[in-house]
Write a protein that binds this ligand. Structure first.
Ligand code: GDP
Length: 208
């Protein structure tokens, strides 16, 4: 798929479908699905908004009290984008962490139409233990995932190149990791078109 047709695809209507708090309450598995995961504050809402060009899309579903649910957005009536609740908030109570793990584990292992998880990593911080924990969970569940670096505008190009190299090296130890890393910035919009092209291809795909 060319960048132009991917941009066109992402310019189509994207609608908030629902937020779910348990596996029983999620929408049917009709459409191919892409999930966005990452630590709190990684820039997930900003990335979803940059991809769709809709400034308030992810924010609208990110109001307090609704952040612990799995939010579903349907793009062009063909691709479901799934916003998983952010993890790794330092002060999160243990009970909340357990709830998150339970819900997300259920989701990740229970969605036959889940094509790929985008694991967002802040370019200033790189992979943290909590990210590696998620990667191991995805490896075991055999769910394909890809690292997307966020806030790439915050670091120098040389530092970004070093980070990409180091991250790619650690991905070799993870069975379900896609080898390609995409660096993005929701501010400069670097990498946004490349990510659109990667995701638009899934709109064509059949369920696993
Ligand atoms: P979320 O909690 O993962 O949804 O993160 P948000 O999208 O709300 O972003 C967290 C903070 O990082 C906000 O202050 C954003 O303005 C900032 N941010 C997000 N993406 C970028 C980016 O690409 N570049 C820069 N410089 N800041 C960003």
């Amino acid at each position: 798929m060319t960048n132009a047709s991917a941009n066109h695809f992402f310019a189509q209507v994207c609608t908030f479908i629902m937020g779910g708090v348990s596996l029983e309450a999620l929408p049917p598995t009709t459409f191919p699905e892409i999930a966005f995961a990452g630590r709190s504050n990684v820039g997930k809402s900003s990335l979803v908004n940059a991809l769709t060009g809709q400034k308030t899309l992810a924010k609208a579903s990110n109001t307090p009290g609704r952040t612990k649910q799995i939010n579903f957005f349907l793009l062009a009536e063909r691709l479901m984008m799934v916003d998983l609740p952010g993890y790794g908030y330092a002060k999160a109570p243990k009970k909340e962490v357990r709830q998150w793990t339970h819900l997300v584990k259920d989701y990740l292992t229970g969605r036959p139409n889940l094509m790929r998880v985008l694991l967002l990593i802040d370019a200033r911080h790189g992979l943290k233990d909590v990210d590696i924990g998620i990667m191991k969970l995805l490896d075991v569940a055999a769910v394909s995932y890809q690292i997307v670096l966020t806030k790439a505008d915050k670091i120098k190009p040389a530092a970004l190149a070093t980070l990409i190299e180091a991250t790619a090296a650690s991905l070799k130890h993870h069975a379900a990791a896609h080898p390609q890393i995409i660096a993005t910035s929701s501010v400069s919009k670097d990498g946004i078109e490349a990510l659109r092209a990667e995701l638009a291809a899934f709109a064509e795909s059949k369920n696993r």
